[in-house]
Design a protein around this ligand. Structure first.
Ligand SMILES: Cc1ncc(COP(=O)(O)O)c(C=O)c1O
Length: 173
């Protein structure tokens, strides 16, 4: 399988930065494990990206909703909010916890100011979450009830079997 990648390299000044970083860039947004490719940034490149954002004082918004259900657990990245003071980690109950109906998600960051501003905006958009959803989400998180891993493992096994079947029929190598 061919993986999708991008390279973080410093270009000569006149080309600005790859990644379309401009002098007025305030935030970089990433999504790993990625939807739809499933790819995960290599740890070295991830650290490079964090270093780049730190150097430029940029927020790094990381959609991590597929974290914990990587195809290979050994390539799991840390949560951006844990490793970078301006990191914003987005997560949700829909994927790894298999509870999409709750409609509960969260942003984790060490930047209290930005969290407070987000909270105000959230209150502006809706009155509150559903209390039963919050209760069930807290119970699932406390008990680490996650169905996502099992679903991924079952999916991987089915895919292996399917590929093996194609190979035996001479359709794939
Ligand atoms: C990358 C990514 N982020 C966020 C979401 C939103 O998740 P939810 O369905 O819980 O709103 C999705 C949903 O598929 C997604 O693929």
């Amino acid at each position: 399988m061919r993986w999708w990648w991008f390279r973080i390299i410093r270009l000569p000044r006149r080309f600005l930065w790859i990644f379309a970083l401009r002098p007025n860039t305030k935030l970089v947004s990433i999504n790993f494990p990625n939807n739809p490719t499933g790819s995960v940034l290599e740890r070295g490149r991830f650290d490079e990206l964090v270093g780049l954002c730190r150097k430029r004082g940029l927020y790094l918004f990381s959609d991590e909703v597929y974290r914990l259900i990587e195809r290979d657990e050994s390539i799991r990245l840390p949560q951006v909010g844990d490793v970078y003071e301006r990191g914003l980690s987005l997560n949700v109950m829909s994927k790894a916890y298999g509870l999409p109906g709750l409609r509960i998600g969260w942003i984790m960051s060490r930047d209290r100011d930005v969290l407070q501003r987000m909270e105000r905006y959230k209150h502006y958009l809706s009155i509150c979450n559903s209390a039963p959803s919050e209760y069930l989400a807290a119970a699932a998180l406390r008990g680490r009830i996650g169905f996502g891993r099992k679903i991924v493992e079952a999916g991987n096994a089915a895919m292996r079997e399917y590929m093996e079947n194609l190979r035996q029929r001479g359709i794939s190598s």
